[in-house]
Each structure stands twice: as structure tokens, then as C-alpha cells.
Design a protein around this ligand. Sequence first.
Ligand code: SF4
Ligand code: SF4
Length: 63
Amino acid sequence: MAKRKAVVDKTHCVACGCCTSACKLQAITVFRGIYAQVSDRCVGCAKCASICPADAIRVESST
Ligand code: SF4
Ligand code: SF4
């Protein structure tokens, strides 16, 4: 089964932290105040992507 995971475009991320608050699994954190980073806990629910003001998150599927 394909696994869905959030992917952050570092060039667009403004490190606002909105995604961190939105993720109930704490799967996304802002790394050193520079950009958001997604961990393996991510289940690809896309909650963070829908809240990101910079439109920096995409949910991708991998097989
Ligand atoms: S919500 Fe978007 S801009 Fe803000 S930290 Fe997360 S990925 Fe970056
Ligand atoms: S896609 Fe869902 S589980 Fe993954 S980082 Fe975003 S809010 Fe968290």
C-alpha cells in the first residue's frame, strides 16, 4: 500500500510554526527556526498542508 507523507518545500517555508500546532501526532517540527521538518510519524493526513500560509507543504505518496 502506498504511504502518504507530508513534504516541506524549504524554499517556501517561513518557519511560522502553524503546521506544528496543527499536527496532532507531533510529526512536524520547525528545525532551528529555519524550516519545518517531517518525521516518520507522519500519516499524510494533510492537516498541516491545509493550514500552511506559505503553501509550502505537499502530501506525496510513495510505494
Ligand atoms: S506552516 Fe508552512 S510556513 Fe509555517 S512552518 Fe509549517 S511549513 Fe513552514
Ligand atoms: S500530514 Fe498530518 S500527520 Fe503528517 S505532518 Fe501533516 S498534520 Fe502531521
